[in-house]
Every structure is written in structure tokens, then in C-alpha cells.
Design a protein around this ligand. Structure first.
Ligand SMILES: *[C@@H]1O[C@H](CO)[C@@H](O)[C@H](O)[C@H]1NC(C)=O
Ligand SMILES: *[C@@H]1O[C@H](CO)[C@@H](O)[C@H](O)[C@H]1NC(C)=O
Ligand SMILES: *[C@@H]1O[C@H](CO)[C@@H](O)[C@H](O)[C@H]1NC(C)=O
Ligand SMILES: *[C@@H]1O[C@H](CO)[C@@H](O)[C@H](O)[C@H]1NC(C)=O
Length: 226
């Protein structure tokens, strides 16, 4: 019985790993942050708000914004809610993203959510980011012209943070990245940079699981042989 369930677990894990690597090989825009931006724009246009420009510099800053929480889910929303200091945009976030300081533009809205389990972007949108009426108002506001989204796990696993920043900047003159190419950083994924990022959300815990599965196989083999 014990052995049967171990084998079941191993076969499932093999199946999961195989489908995960198949996804990585798909050369489509395989990035949960891009998918979230697409979901946001679909919702906006369906409610007669404009589609927003996906700004990679702003999105890189959204990932830095997540990092400022240092994995602490308990201060996202609720009575203990904390917000990174506004001064960090110029002092830390922009320099880490190579965004030119003179092009920082007003943030007109922010959506932030955190959950222990990773869910796909469409679910993160409805179940994490759109929890209350105020969020829908922020989402559909006509004050925004552009958007940047990011998602990241912490320490190679959960909790998973989702962050969307909105701005009223002009696409070609706000959050401009030095050299024109957004600086990709890991872990985490951000939108707008044509960055295939399916495996970088918090992969190392899954790799650990893989190591456990492989060593499980080896020790099972050991049991059968001797
Ligand atoms: C937009 O998203 C909100 C929040 O999930 C939802 O209530 C609303 O029905 C959506 N609007 C459209 C047009 O899909
Ligand atoms: C969007 O605009 C169209 C035409 O102006 C109107 O018929 C429709 O009811 C509007 N939809 C929403 C969700 O406001
Ligand atoms: C849009 O901007 C105006 C002026 O800054 C502000 O009063 C209003 O609350 C904003 N609307 C939303 C939905 O954020
Ligand atoms: C940015 O785009 C606007 C409108 O498309 C254009 O008028 C303006 O000259 C552009 N600015 C730069 C710096 O390219």
C-alpha cells in the first residue's frame, strides 16, 4: 500500500515535470505578468475604458516594489497594511531597473495581492487582485494610460506576490530604460519586456521536490534490489 502510493506520487510528479518543461519550450509570450496585463486590458476595453500601454520600465519597478516586502505577506492589505515609502521609487526601484530618474511619472493606481499558493494569472486577477469594489474602480479608472505588472515568489517558493502599477505617463517618455532594453532580474517576472518567464516565479522549491522524487526512486530501487 505504502509502495503503491509512492509510485503514484512519483508518476504524477513525472507527469507534472514533463508538462512544465513542454511549456518552457513553447516560444509564445509565456509570461504570467504579460498574461495579467492582457486580462486587465480585456476587462478595461469590455467596460469601455482604454487599453493601456504595457510599459516594461514601470513593470520592472513593480517587481522591485514586490521585493520591498521581503516576502512578508502579512503586511499586504488588512489592518497591518504597509506601503513601501514613495522615496524608494527614486532611491532604489528606478536605479535597480536602470530607469532614468527624470522619466519617473505619477503612479495613478496600484493593485497588490499575496497568497501562499501560485495560481494562474486569470485567477490571480479575479480572486486575489479584484477582491473589493475599490479594486474594480482602480482597474477601470480613466486616469491611467499605461500599466506594468509583476509576479514573484519568495525564497524559491510561496508566498506569491502580484503587483500592478498604473501611471498616466506617455509611453515613449515615462519610465524610460537606459539603452532601451529593460533589465531582466530574477526571481520573478514582469510585463512588457518580451521576456519568456514561465519558470522563474519560484522554481527552486520545485527543483527541491524533483531532487526528493529522484532520490525516492533511487532508494526504492535500492529496496527492491537487496
Ligand atoms: C471586470 O472585472 C471585474 C472584477 O473581476 C468584474 O466584476 C467585471 O465583470 C469585469 N468586467 C468585464 C466587462 O469583464
Ligand atoms: C460601451 O459603450 C457602448 C457604446 O457607447 C454602449 O452601448 C455600452 O453599453 C457600453 N458598455 C459599458 C459596459 O459601459
Ligand atoms: C482620477 O484622478 C482624479 C484627480 O487626481 C482623482 O480625484 C480621482 O479620484 C481619480 N480616479 C480614480 C478612479 O482613481
Ligand atoms: C512621443 O509620442 C508623441 C505622440 O506619439 C509624440 O508627439 C512625441 O514627439 C514623442 N516624443 C518622443 C520623445 O519621442
Amino acid at each position: 500500500m505504502g509502495n503503491n502510493s509512492s509510485w503514484f506520487f512519483i508518476l504524477c510528479s513525472l507527469f507534472v515535470s514533463a508538462s512544465a518543461s513542454a511549456n518552457v519550450q513553447n516560444k509564445v509570450t509565456n509570461n504570467p505578468a504579460d498574461e495579467l496585463v492582457a486580462t486587465i486590458n480585456t476587462n478595461r476595453t469590455a467596460s469601455n475604458s482604454s487599453s493601456l500601454y504595457s510599459n516594461p520600465g514601470l513593470a520592472c519597478i513593480a517587481l522591485q516594489y514586490i521585493k520591498a516586502y521581503q516576502g512578508d505577506c502579512s503586511v499586504v492589505g488588512g489592518p497591518n497594511a504597509k506601503k513601501p515609502d514613495n522615496s524608494l521609487f527614486a532611491e532604489t526601484f528606478a536605479p535597480n531597473c536602470a530607469v532614468e530618474l527624470s522619466t519617473l511619472t505619477q503612479i495613478t493606481g496600484r493593485l497588490l495581492g499575496c497568497q501562499s499558493q501560485y495560481v494562474k494569472p486569470s485567477l490571480a486577477f479575479t480572486e486575489i487582485l479584484m477582491k473589493n469594489g475599490k479594486s474594480v474602480e482602480i482597474l477601470q479608472s480613466r486616469n491611467h494610460t499605461e500599466v506594468g505588472a509583476a509576479v514573484s515568489g519568495s525564497d524559491g517558493g510561496g508566498p506569491y506576490f502580484w503587483c500592478v502599477l498604473f501611471s498616466n505617463g506617455r509611453s515613449n517618455s515615462s519610465f524610460v530604460v537606459e539603452g532601451g532594453v529593460a533589465k531582466i532580474s530574477r526571481p520573478g517576472c514582469f510585463s512588457g519586456a518580451s521576456d519568456d518567464c514561465s519558470g522563474a516565479i519560484g522554481l527552486s522549491r520545485r527543483l527541491n521536490l524533483w531532487v526528493i522524487v529522484v532520490s525516492g526512486l533511487i532508494s526504492l530501487g535500492y529496496v527492491f534490489r537487496f
